[in-house]
Design a protein around this ligand. Sequence first.
Ligand SMILES: C[S@@+](CC[C@H](N)C(=O)[O-])C[C@H]1O[C@@H](n2cnc3c(N)ncnc32)[C@H](O)[C@@H]1O
Length: 210
Amino acid sequence: MTMTRIVGTSLGLLLVPLLSACAQESPTPAATAPLPVATASAAPETQPGMDPPTPGRTPDVIYVPTPDSVVKAMLELAEVGKDDVLFDLGSGDGRIPIAAAKTFGIRAVGIDIDPQRIREANENAQAAGVTELVTFREEDLFQSDIGDATVVTLYLLQSLNMKLRPKLLSELKPGTRIVSHSFDMGDEWEPEETRRIENRNIYLWTVPER
Ligand SMILES: C[S@@+](CC[C@H](N)C(=O)[O-])C[C@H]1O[C@@H](n2cnc3c(N)ncnc32)[C@H](O)[C@@H]1O
């Protein structure tokens, strides 16, 4: 057997299982939208040799950003206006509060448990020139003071939305709009409107009078 054939055969043996593993994990065209998943541990996301800041406790869901077109649709669904204060619970790189501040000139707050996300969000707010309007807080969203919000945005999980529902209903002012990307609140709270954008659903609720 020549050297070329030996190398070719070895490469083939290596590639077959790799390609078949990739094929099994590929999303189907109907389900191309990446969805966040619950976390058992935080994934390392920095270069080797760098010390990533680590959250005080494991985030409840991994970081997956909302595409800009979906952010725009969420702000439209909430009918954000110049008098609103927007809170994004689990704010990732800060794109939703930053978009709200840039588009409407409103105050916006992002809450994330992961210090690496908070650092990125602050850098992004600086680059967007909205540091006067936007604040990022490194907090657990379940413990956070959210009473100033008039609009709340979520991209978590259905189970987390349902766990958060009592806090939303007791701490938010009546009339506050809640918009969630991809996840509803199951049977516990029917959304008043659902829109479809980029193969995903976005949902709207309004906090009722108490
Ligand atoms: C799916 S990402 C959504 C990011 C952003 N809202 C967006 O739509 O682009 C969820 C975020 O929630 C954060 N997170 C998870 N558990 C949290 C918790 N208990 N308190 C605050 N943030 C949390 C994660 O660190 C992550 O950045």
